[in-house]
Design a protein around this ligand. Sequence first.
Ligand SMILES: [Zn+2]
Length: 599
Amino acid sequence: MRPRIFHTRLLFYLVVAVLCVGTGIAWLRDSEWRFSPADPILYGMPIALLLLLGGIYAAHAQKYEALPPAHILWRILLFALTCDVTCNLYIFNNLMHAPFSLLLTATCICLIWALMGRLCMIFVCPFFILQLAQIAGHYQYGTRINSLVVAETLEASEEEVFGYLSASNMFIAAGSVFGGILLSWILMRLLRSQHNRFQLVNAGLLFALLAGAFSLTIPPVRRNPNYYWPVYEVFALNQAWTEALFHNQATIKQVESLRSPADQPSTLTTLRGDEGVVLVIHIGESVRADRMSINGYSRDTTPFLRSCSNIINFPNCISAACDTCQAQIAILTDARRNIYEKDPAMQPHTGSVLDLFAAHGFRVCSFFGKRNATHLKYDMVVRLLTRCSTERHYAPGSPWTAVPLMADSLRQQSARQNTLFFINNEGSHTPFFHFDPKQAPFLPAGASFENPAAHAESVNNAYDNTIHYTDEFVHRVTRVLLGRPWLYLYISDHGEYLGHDGIWGRAALGESGRNYHSTTGCRVGMFFLYSREFENLHPHIAQALRTLASHTHMPVAQEHIFHTLLGIFDLQSPWYNPQLDLSSPSAQPYSGPLPEATE
Ligand SMILES: [Zn+2]
């Protein structure tokens, strides 16, 4: 015969008594606790209590015990504890909340098994795997699975994916799968003898009631949804997924709906069309302005740019969004802010500025980094914005492989043909491996972003190497353009975080709870380079470049690019706004959100 201590009802009384005493003590000790009539738990608990009483009555009427045998209840609690300790990212953050998530886990185990039996493994096993991977990912990359991580994963190019396939990550992935399967198998073994599902429903309701009682001991203001694991976690994962997809769809729809600015009549007064002008529009990746030596960074990351006399550098340029696609929209169209900005005046009303140059005889050639999965958002948006391209090149491996392609492209055409080179390669995107390790100026450089805070020096070195590499890339492109009238615009899409603002990695911005524009990561590299031949093409161009150079002290933004490009060439279009043209005397500084000057 079982000892009395394991008797189901005795266990019930014991657990209730312990929690009531604990609740009472916590209440008395917590000076912040105030009774809140709007507390949803106060309404949830009577419902759970009524359901439980109904369940107990039904059990008595059917002449079976209201709860599963005591050994099953103990096993459920022990298993819930195992799940929490291994899978719950927040269990050790605040041990006062730990009993709450433990009871909530026990609730979920009882209810999902009662509802689905073994079929619940379809959901439970992937959930365990995801949670184990999330914990490992959190320690490796400082972020949980949020919408930005999902979006970044969906957008990742083949090279980026390979960058993350390190031995330790493979080991973590295998370990997560093994751990998830192991936990699922234990759960199956644990409940296989429990045939009475009503008893499990009652046990689930009891645990839910206890969880509710425990939650009441925490003042509503101090309740963090993250402690409502695993219930909140399922909600958060679902939200991350739908947000990433919604965001993708919304961004693509926005760009698809834009009419070309070339649909409206426009005139180009400074060029006849046979000058052999080369306009380079280079959208960089993840380059913080403060990591370029032209902006005062102590390391010489931009030696070529520093040596240039024909440079117009904007050290205070604000990017529109911490998201590549939205930044590309802000740069290439007349959009002023990101997709979430409610003011319609700040949204794009017309398509890509490239279309206007194409309409005026420029041959548009686009050079991308190597990307795969071309149906995803990353490629889709930039492809839509560069659809007037007559040539597209995807540089395999190093971005430098694009440089000879540019030389070939120019050679194959008449030297009088006006050309627009659009460049968008991986630049300084994580995991910071776009540089030549044999000629890296900053060593040791770890091209991996695993646990960056612990490898701060090598991660920072790797990041600085990528900027140095971009500097050399620009140098090589300008050598190809030698002798031609050319204008080179470089602007980065968004910044990056290497411990700046207390954040490691762009994906961790969401975790930090900070708004992008309150952080220093929104200040990005931006500069114009030009040849003397270009300056001498037309008096308007020479004057426009002088005015542009007089505005470098201004806070500027990606919203200025569309209009400034039109202004420099005096390309007159109904979409042109002189207040956003930095080469116009009417130019107005950026007036949107930006970080405090003290940061
Ligand atoms: Zn980007």
